[in-house]
Design a protein around this ligand. Structure first.
Ligand SMILES: Cc1cc2nc3c(=O)[nH]c(=O)nc-3n(C[C@H](O)[C@H](O)[C@H](O)COP(=O)(O)OP(=O)(O)OC[C@H]3O[C@@H](n4cnc5c(N)ncnc54)[C@H](O)[C@@H]3O)c2cc1C
Length: 425
C-alpha cells in the first residue's frame, strides 16, 4: 500500500447529490477542495443509483432551487438537445411542483468537468474511514486500491448519505429501528403496452403473489397504484427492499443481493406471464441498492415535522426545501402528506447542517438534523443540492475569514449563493 499525504482547505466526503454541488461552490471561491468519493462518478443516488429525477427546481408558482444545480441541469439538457419546458407551460397534477429528469451519463460527466474546471481534486474509489481532529485541522484517512491517503484539511463537509464522517469523529447520530424501505433501480423495456389490459395484469399479479412466485415488495406500491403502473415504468423505482441499511458493508451486500433477486423474479414473471411482454428485455440495472434513510446527525437544530408542514421561517434560513412528505413503508407502500397550500415553501435553517457541539464540519443531504418524518420531505434531490451549495459557501467564507464555518452569518452565506445564481430567500 502506498501512503499518501494531501493538504487542502476543504474535504467533501462523498461526491453524491449534495456533495458535488458543495465542492463546486467552494472551489469556485478559490478554496482548495478535495472530493473523496467511494463510487466512480459524481451524483451518488441521482446518477450511480439511477434515481435521475431531481425534484423540485420550481414550486407550483416560483423557482425554489436554481444556482449551481440548475446550471448543471440546464447544461446537461443543452447537450442532450432537449429544451426545458418553462414551468408556466406545465401543469402540476399528481403532486405540487414540476418533475425533472437528467440523463445519467451526460450529467455525471458535466458535473465532473465543472468540478475539475473549478480546480477541485477528485479521488474516486476511496472510502473515508477515519477522521480525527489535530489542533485546528482535520486528519481524514481514506482507503482505496493501493493507496492509504491522509488528507489534512481545515473544514469537512460530510455528504456521505450515511454520516460516515460524523460517525468517524464520534458525533451524535440517530437511526430509527424501522426505516423506509430501500430500492434497487432497474428498467425492463420493449413491453407492448397496447396488448396490456389493466384488469388482466392486476389479476395475474395477484395470482403470482398468492402462489409465492412474487414476493411483497417486488411491487412496492401494491396498496396505492395498480400493477399496470409498474409495467408502464418498466419496473423503474417500483420495488422495495425492506429493512435495507446501507450504512455498513454487510448491510450493503444484503440489500444488493435481495434487490437483484427481486429484479430477476419480476422480470421472469413479466416475460412469462404478461401478454405483450414476450419480447421484454431487462436492459438496465443501476450499480447499487439505495437507502431512503439511515443515520441522521443530531445538530444544533433538529427540524421537526411540524416546522416542515408549517413551512416555518427561521432567522438563519439558508435555502428552500419544497416538497411533500413522501414516507415509504411496508404497510401501504407510501404515505404522501401534502402541505395545506402549494404556496407553503419549507426552509432549511443553517443550524440543522451543524452537528451539535462541533466546529469546522457541516453535514448535508439525507443526514441533516431532522426528525424521521420531516426527512421524508427534506431528502428531495434539489433540496440536497441546495444544501450543498449552502455548505460549500459557508465553508469557503469560514476558510477565507479564518473562522469556523459555523460562525459565518447565514445572511452572508445566502448572499454568496445568490451571487452564484441561487434563489434569494
Ligand atoms: C429509491 C429512491 C427514490 C428516490 N426518488 C426521488 C425522486 O424521485 N426525486 C427526488 O428528488 N429525490 C428522490 N429520492 C431522494 C434522493 O434521491 C436522496 O435523498 C438524495 O439523493 C440523497 O443525497 P445525498 O447527497 O444525501 O446522498 P447520495 O446521493 O447517496 O450521496 C452520497 C455519496 O457519498 C458516497 N459515500 C458514502 N460513504 C462514503 C465514504 N465513507 N467515503 C467516500 N464516499 C462515500 C457515496 O458513494 C455517494 O456517492 C429518492 C431516494 C431513493 C433511495
Amino acid at each position: 500500500m502506498r501512503e499518501v499525504k494531501e493538504n487542502v482547505d476543504l474535504v467533501v466526503i462523498g461526491g453524491g447529490t449534495a456533495g458535488h454541488i458543495a465542492a463546486i461552490q467552494a472551489a469556485r471561491e478559490g478554496i482548495t477542495t478535495s472530493v473523496i468519493e467511494a463510487g466512480m462518478m459524481l451524483g451518488g443516488t441521482m446518477t450511480e443509483g439511477g434515481v435521475f429525477m431531481p425534484n423540485h427546481f420550481h414550486s407550483t408558482d416560483q423557482p425554489v432551487v436554481q444556482g449551481i444545480p440548475w446550471e448543471l441541469y440546464q447544461k446537461s439538457h443543452e447537450i442532450e438537445g432537449i429544451p426545458i419546458k418553462p414551468s408556466h407551460k406545465r401543469r402540476p397534477v399528481d403532486t405540487p411542483g414540476y418533475y425533472s429528469h437528467i440523463n445519467v451519463p451526460i450529467y455525471a460527466t458535466i458535473a465532473e468537468q465543472a468540478l475539475l474546471k473549478a480546480k477541485a481534486i477528485i479521488h474516486y474509489g476511496e472510502f473515508v474511514g477515519e477522521v480525527k481532529s489535530v489542533g485546528d485541522q482535520w486528519e481524514v484517512k481514506s482507503f482505496s486500491r493501493g493507496i492509504i491517503r491522509t488528507t489534512i484539511a481545515r473544514e469537512i463537509i460530510d455528504a456521505s448519505g450515511d454520516a460516515d464522517g460524523a460517525r468517524a469523529i464520534g458525533l451524535e447520530v440517530e437511526k430509527a429501528p424501522k426505516r423506509q424501505p430501500g430500492t434497487l433501480e432497474y428498467r425492463i423495456e420493449d413491453i407492448d403496452m397496447q396488448q396490456v389490459w389493466q384488469g388482466e395484469v392486476q389479476a395475474l399479479y395477484e395470482d403470482a403473489m398468492k402462489k409465492g412466485r412474487l414476493q411483497k415488495g417486488d411491487w412496492a406500491y401494491f396498496d396505492t397504484y395498480p400493477f399496470l403502473w409498474l409495467l408502464q415504468m418498466g419496473g423503474h423505482n417500483s420495488t422495495h427492499i425492506y429493512g435495507c441499511d446501507t450504512s455498513d458493508a454487510d448491510g450493503q451486500t444484503d440489500a444488493n443481493i435481495r434487490g437483484r433477486e427481486a429484479m430477476l423474479r419480476m422480470y421472469q414473471f413479466i416475460k412469462e406471464e404478461i401478454p405483450g411482454a414476450e419480447r421484454a428485455v431487462l436492459k438496465t440495472m443501476y450499480a447499487k441498492a439505495l437507502s431512503r434513510e439511515g443515520y441522521r446527525v443530531i445538530g444544533e437544530h433538529r427540524i421537526t415535522t411540524e416546522e416542515f408542514m408549517n413551512a416555518t421561517a427561521y432567522p438563519d434560513q439558508v435555502c428552500h426545501a419544497f416538497n411533500y412528505i413522501d414516507l415509504h413503508n411496508e404497510d401501504t407502500g407510501c404515505d404522501e402528506i401534502f402541505h395545506q397550500s402549494e404556496k407553503m415553501i419549507p426552509k432549511i435553517p443553517f443550524r440543522s447542517l451543524i452537528p451539535k457541539d462541533s466546529s469546522r464540519i457541516l453535514v448535508i443531504g439525507r443526514i441533516i438534523s431532522s426528525d424521521r418524518k420531516s426527512l421524508a420531505g427534506l431528502r428531495a434531490q434539489c433540496t440536497c443540492m441546495a444544501m450543498g451549495q449552502v455548505a460549500g459557501a459557508a465553508a469557503a467564507l469560514g476558510i477565507k475569514r479564518k473562522i469556523s464555518s459555523r460562525e459565518v452569518p447565514a445572511k452572508d452565506i445566502v448572499q454568496l449563493t445568490v451571487d452564484h445564481g441561487a434563489v434569494p430567500l
